[in-house]
Every structure is written in structure tokens, then in C-alpha cells.
Write a protein that binds this ligand. Structure first.
Ligand code: ADP
Ligand code: MG
Length: 709
């Protein structure tokens, strides 16, 4: 019978299939210890967290290598051989200080060969003739074989074409782990199948023991991949179950005011007040939010859209839906600047409407704050925009129904909970506000499903207005630098403005500020001496920052030399050039955000990234302008970086699943998890018992906490 085949079985096949009942207790047996393996290897197993047979079987290979016989081993190839020792003895080595060399003749059913071990004279005793060895060897161009790893094994020839390669550790190598794995191969049949049979049939997945066997002992590439996909499915299903159960718990634990009445204000605003027509994405978002708000359970929606995609309009709609029905709305932003900007934008967006609104931040004066707090508590103020100041304990709302959290990743769980707790109490019931989370950092859907899988998602892709094109070039070398300044001067002479962004210095803001000042002085005195240049960095005094910004915004300055502080919050449509120094120090999304500062007006724009021409990240920026596309590339590059071990990041770590490649699998897992939470929220049915156990093992007992009816 074929592994992972979807062909139905005949009655005879079913009747003659071997019956095997797993004995999971066998998995709890300890692995061989110091006595059998030696102290170093035993310690290494501990380090890898491998204590029992079950742990060992869950230690999955990270790659596959070639398995060869002595006859099929190719020159310049690294491969694994399974051999038997025929003769073994020591040769003394002439050079001083070197231990005697061990030479052996080893054979398999295809032939024999001579191999040497260096610096390990004790192997003569350890590997007497008759010992079976698993060898990882390398054949040089002349066919001479050197041994890179070796381990004794009691296995017979297996004849597989490939062998698994394992994450190793100081003291134990992959070959040794493979030998152990072969010893405990039979225990794979004792591992449990967490997935209910129906689900497995529906998704056409092989059973878990078969998948484990396929990964550890691959018959061929396809088989190992099908096994990997099955195990990846488990990981993805569990994470989605954990997220969707958390979401279901919150949904049923909290009630929210159902906002399904009066649409006078929003209707009028959309028809006549709003200074522009909505983009299609915005219109869809409004519809989704309108539906969410009509429910008696709190909205939990994430609105993703890059800078300039028009999120504020969507946020304002949600807030006004509360206002027009006699409730209150609050918008919370992570910084004062952002809060002020939102407040200004909101007022500009509803010119004709007199909605009582206020701004509340850390700089709000004491008397003003007292006034605002009073009016929030008595319900007179209907709309408030602010920072963390909004969630301080003495801030009370009379009837908060909608909360918008901008740049939601910059707030912690506790701060969001504090906002939730500001909901109104109606007839003795504590209501939670509907919450719209916003983020300007686009992330690919795969990542969104994993990191924000407990929220509904809305994406604004389409940018409003006739956005002008931005041409992006990667530049390096003196000639291109000279040409770049020439281009900048051309733009400036034509009346446009320019940004010069200085290198990122992660270790020290002070250093970065110093570098920015030096560059500012250099440009002012040389390349751009005919123009008005101003400086902007995080260490300037608040007043100096304001002066620079105001001068640049009003056109009084031609060039703004800045650190990455300009990433958020500058809107100067007349700025058409951006030059970024040492651009490869910035991440893709940061560069994309920076570049969003140009291309905002009626003129075409130019972005010059100084850095290595072969940088994959810079090339991606030159080729793409869509933030989601770039985020997807970023994810791929990071993953590759991780594979070769150069870069690390904080994305959800899976042992087997690979995002974004496993996107289709993730969508399937998401659907199955949703169906499970719907049908059996407590995972109480007998066929779900093992799944519940697996969930708790991966995400802790909290993941199994009951969902109130
Ligand atoms: P975001 O918060 O997503 O960065 P904003 O909501 O601040 O974006 O919108 C960016 C700019 O685009 C604002 O000046 C806003 O008034 C404008 N805008 C938003 N939606 C539209 C639209 N549909 N048509 C034209 N301009 C729009
Ligand atoms: Mg915004």
C-alpha cells in the first residue's frame, strides 16, 4: 500500500490490514544515558531537550542527505553509508604531537573500502570487526574517502535513497542522532494521532505516525514532503485553535452595545460632508464595520493599510456611528504628535459637523484636563482623541461604545485591556467597547493570520488620489553620488524640496544625531550650498524640531537633513526627492515608510537609495511600491536569512511549517480550526480528546480554558 495515498481500500485490504494499538507509555522510556553513549553525548541530548524516546521522535530533521552504498558513492559527494567493520588497527603518525591514526576496512553488500579516523585512537577498541557503523563521508575528487561523522548502529541495511539530517549539538552529531532514531524506529507506531479521523479524511492527510516515519526515514523526496506537510498542518491547526478559542472566549464573555440604529449623521457626512469620494476599499471597510457594530458582542477588527491609505476616514466612520446613536467614541494613538495629527485630520474631514470633540494627551494642561474628564464622565463630550492619557484610571466615560487604537502594536495587552474596561455599564451589565485596531505596517496575510489570528481583518490596498509615481534607484560609487546631488539640485531649482536621510545607528541615538549634524553641515557648505538646508533629529529641543519642520512644511527650507524620525507624520506634497544614506542598514518596511514621504503631490518623485547594488532588500524596493508585496518579500528574505543562520527575528516560530510557503495549508488549518471551535468549543467530544491534549501541550492549559456559553 502506498503512503499518503487517497485511493480507497478494498474490503480485503481492510480485513487483512495489521491491527496495531499504540502504546504511548513506550514513548516515556528514557533514552540511553552516559553509560551507553558516553558523558558528552548524554549531556548533548539533555541540552537538546531529548530525555525520552518520545522526545527523540519529535526531534525532526532539518534536511535530507544522500544515502549511498560503497559502490554508488560519487566523487566530491557527501553521503551517508551503512557499513560493517572488517579490519581495524592503528598506524603511528610521524609528526610529533599527533595521535596515532586509526585505519579500517569497511564493507557493505556492494563492496569494501578503506577509511581513516584521525585523533581518535580509542576507536580501535570501540569498533571491533563486526561492528555496524553509520558513516557520514566525503569523497574527494580522486575518490578518497574521509569520515566526517560516525556512530555505531545495530541496524541492518535499509536501502533508502536518503537519510534525515538532524539539528545537532556540541557532543552529538546528526549521524549519531540518526543511529539512535533507527534504534527506536519501532516506537513511531506508538505515537498518538491527535486529529479526528473525519478531519484527516477530509483534508486527505496521512496519519501522524506515518508522517513521522516519512520524515525520519524518507523513501523519496515526495514522501518526506507529504510527511512534513502533515506535521506542519498540526502546528498550524493548533495555533489557529488557540487563537480562535481565545477570540471565542472574549466574544462570549463580553457584551457590547448593538449600534444598529440612526444613521443620519454618517449618511449626511458621507453624502455631503466628506471632501472626496471613498475608495472601494474604504467603502468595503465601512460596510464591514457597520455590520460588526450592529452585533451585541464587541467588534475585534484589525484595519491594515499603509500610510496614506486613508485609515482615518474609516476610523472616523466607526466613531461617528457611536456618536449619532448617543454613545461616545475614542481614538488612541501612541504619540502626542500622532494624536494631534489625528485630531486635526478628523476636524478637517467633517467640516460641516459640530460634534463635541477634544484632545487629551500628556501635555494637556491641568485645568483643560479637568474640564475634559468632567465632560467625558457626564457624556457631554462625544468624541475624544488622545494618547495613553485616555486610559488613566481617573478617566471615565459615560457611554463609550467605539474605541480605535492606532498603531496597535505599540500598545501592550494591558493597555488594550484598560481601554476595554472603559466601557459603559448599562442596567447592571458591564459593556465593552467595539474596538478597531489600526496598523500602517502591512504584513502578509499568512503572518496576519498567525500574529493577529484572533481578530477580523480589513485591508486598504488601494491608495486614494492620483498618487504620483516614485522612481527608486539603488546608487553607489562616487560618480553616482555626484549625479544624485545634481538631480537633487535640478529638483530644487524647479522649486521642489528634498529629504536627505542619514544612516541608522541602532546602538546610539546620540551618535546618529551627531552624524546627521555633520552631514547637514557638509551639504550646507558644499553640494547644496545654494539652497536652504535644515536639520531634524530626535535629540533636538522640541522648539528646534518645530522650527525645522515648520520651515520645511511652509517651503521656507529646501532640504531637510534628517534621521529616521521623519518616518511618521510629515506631509509635504512639494517634496519630490529622497536620498537615503547607507540604506541597507534600514529594513524593507522602514525604507518603504520613509519613501512614503514623497510622491504625495502633483509631481513625479525620485528616491535614491545609497547602498550595495546587489542588496536583495534594496532591489526589492527599487522594483516594488506595494507595501504588501514588499512585506511578502521581506518575509521571504528573512526566512532565507534564518535558514543560513545570519538574521534572527521574532516571528512565530514553527518547527515544521514554513511561511509564507505554507499559505494554502494555513488557510486549510484556519478553516478546520474555525469549524472545530464552532462544533465543539470545549473540545469535549471523545474524538477531540487527543487534540485537546496536544493543544494544552503546545499552548498551555489556558488554551483549554472554557468558553462561556
Ligand atoms: P492613513 O491614516 O492611512 O495614513 P489618512 O487617513 O491620514 O491615511 O489619509 C491620508 C490622506 O489622504 C489624508 O489627507 C486624507 O484626507 C486623504 N484621503 C483619505 N481618503 C481619501 C480618498 N478616498 N480620496 C482622496 N483623499 C483621501
Ligand atoms: Mg494615519
Amino acid at each position: 500500500m502506498q503512503f499518503a495515498s487517497a485511493d480507497p481500500l478494498t474490503a480485503d485490504e481492510i480485513a487483512s490490514a495489521p491491527v496495531h494499538l499504540p502504546r504511548p507509555s513506550r514513548l516515556a522510556e528514557p533514552l540511553p544515558g552516559t553509560e551507553e553513549l558516553g558523558p558528552r553525548a548524554a549531556r548533548a541530548l539533555e541540552t537538546l531537550g531529548l530525555h525520552t524516546v518520545g522526545d527523540l521522535l519529535e526531534h525532526l530533521p532539518r534536511a535530507r542527505g544522500e544515502a549511498r552504498t560503497i559502490a554508488t558513492l560519487q566523487r566530491e559527494e557527501t553521503a551517508t553509508l551503512l557499513v560493517e567493520v572488517r579490519r581495524i588497527d592503528t598506524r603511528s603518525v610521524r609528526r610529533r604531537g599527533m595521535k596515532p591514526r586509526v585505519e579500517a576496512t569497511v564493507a557493505d553488500h556492494t563492496g569494501s573500502t578503506r577509511i581513516s579516523f584521525f585523533n581518535q585512537p580509542w576507536l580501535v577498541q570501540r569498533y571491533p570487526p563486526g561492528t555496524r557503523l553509520l558513516l557520514t563521508v566525503r569523497a574527494d575528487p580522486r575518490g578518497r574517502i574521509s569520515v566526517t561523522a560516525h556512530a555505531p548502529t545495530d541496524q541492518q541495511l535499509a536501502g533508502e535513497a536518503q537519510v534525515a539530517q538532524y539539528p545537532a549539538s556540541e557532543g552529538i552529531d546528526s549521524t549519531r542522532i540518526l543511529a539512535l532514531m533507527r534504534e527506536h524506529r519501532a516506537a513511531i507506531a506508538d505515537t498518538l494521532e491527535p486529529l479526528p479521523g473525519r478531519l484527516r479524511a477530509r483534508e486527505r492527510l496521512p496519519d501522524r505516525p506515518a508522517a513521522l516515519a516519512a520524515l525520519h526515514f524518507p523513501g523519496d523526496e515526495g514522501e518526506a514532503e507529504r510527511g512534513r506537510r502533515r506535521l506542519a498542518f498540526d502546528e498550524l491547526l493548533l495555533v489557529q485553535l488557540a487563537l480562535l478559542r481565545r477570540r471565542a472566549r472574549r466574544e462570549s464573555a463580553a457584551a457590547a452595545p448593538s449600534l444598529d440604529a440612526a444613521r443620519d449623521l454618517t449618511r449626511r457626512w458621507l453624502e455631503t460632508g466628506l471632501p472626496f469620494p471613498l475608495t472601494n476599499d474604504q467603502a468595503d471597510a465601512l460596510e464591514q464595520i457597520d455590520r460588526d457594530l450592529a452585533e451585541a458582542r464587541p467588534m475585534q477588527r484589525l484595519l491594515m493599510g499603509e500610510v496614506g491609505s486613508g485609515k482615518t476616514v474609516v476610523a472616523l466612520f466607526a466613531l461617528l456611528r457611536a456618536v449619532e446613536q448617543g454613545w461616545q467614541g475614542a481614538l488612541m494613538a501612541p504619540t502626542e504628535t500622532l494624536a494631534e495629527q489625528h485630531f486635526a485630520t478628523i476636524q478637517a474631514l467633517m467640516p460641516g459637523e459640530a460634534v463635541p470633540a477634544a484632545l487629551l494627551t500628556g501635555s494637556t494642561t491641568h485645568s483643560r484636563r479637568t474640564d475634559v474628564l468632567g465632560k467625558l464622565a457626564n457624556g457631554e463630550l462625544r468624541l475624544v482623541v488622545g494618547t495613553h492619557a485616555l486610559i488613566e484610571p481617573d478617566v471615565r466615560f459615560a457611554r463609550l461604545a467605539v474605541a480605535v487604537v492606532d498603531e496597535q502594536h505599540r500598545f501592550g495587552v494591558r493597555q488594550r485591556a484598560a481601554l476595554d474596561a472603559k466601557g459603559a455599564e448599562v442596567d447592571g451589565t458591564q459593556l465593552s467597547p467595539h474596538v478597531l485596531h489600526m496598523t500602517a505596517t502591512p504584513i502578509p496575510r499568512t503572518l496576519a493570520l498567525v500574529e493577529h489570528g484572533d481578530l477580523d481583518h480589513t485591508v486598504l490596498k488601494e491608495l486614494p488620489r492620483g498618487r504620483r509615481p516614485i522612481q527608486t534607484f539603488v546608487a553607489s560609487g562616487e560618480r553616482e553620488r555626484a549625479r544624485a546631488y545634481e538631480r537633487i539640485r535640478e529638483e530644487l531649482r524647479a522649486g521642489r524640496q528634498a529629504f536627505v536621510v542619514c544612516p541608522l545607528v541602532e546602538e546610539s541615538e546620540a551618535l546618529q544625531a551627531k552624524a546627521a549634524r555633520a552631514e547637514f553641515e557638509r551639504l550646507r557648505d558644499t553640494e547644496l550650498r545654494d539652497f536652504r538646508v535644515v536639520l531634524m533629529h530626535g535629540q533636538l529641543k522640541a522648539r528646534e524640531k518645530q522650527e525645522s519642520m515648520a520651515a520645511f512644511a511652509a517651503g521656507g527650507a529646501d532640504v531637510l537633513v534628517a534621521t529616521s524620525v521623519i518616518e511618521v507624520g510629515i506631509d509635504v506634497p512639494n517634496a519630490t526627492v529622497m536620498l537615503v544614506e547607507d540604506a541597507e542598514r534600514y529594513g524593507i518596511s522602514q525604507l518603504h515608510q520613509l519613501r512614503g514621504r514623497i510622491g504625495r503631490g502633483e509631481h513625479p518623485s525620485l528616491c535614491l537609495l545609497f547602498g550595495p547594488k546587489d542588496s536583495a532588500r534594496l532591489k526589492a524596493l527599487a522594483a516594488h511600491r506595494d507595501g504588501f508585496e514588499l512585506a511578502q518579500i521581506d518575509l521571504r528574505l528573512r526566512k532565507e536569512g534564518e535558514l543560513i543562520g545570519v538574521r534572527q527575528h521574532g516571528f512565530a516560530q514553527f518547527k515544521v511549517a514554513q511561511l509564507p510557503d505554507d499559505e494554502a495549508l494555513l488557510e486549510r488549518a484556519r478553516r478546520e480550526a474555525a469549524a472545530l471551535v464552532q462544533d465543539d468549543p470545549g473540545l469535549e467530544r471523545p474524538e477531540h480528546a487527543l487534540l485537546a491534549q496536544a493543544l494544552a501541550a503546545s499552548y498551555g492549559a489556558e488554551a483549554l480554558a472554557p468558553i462561556p456559553a
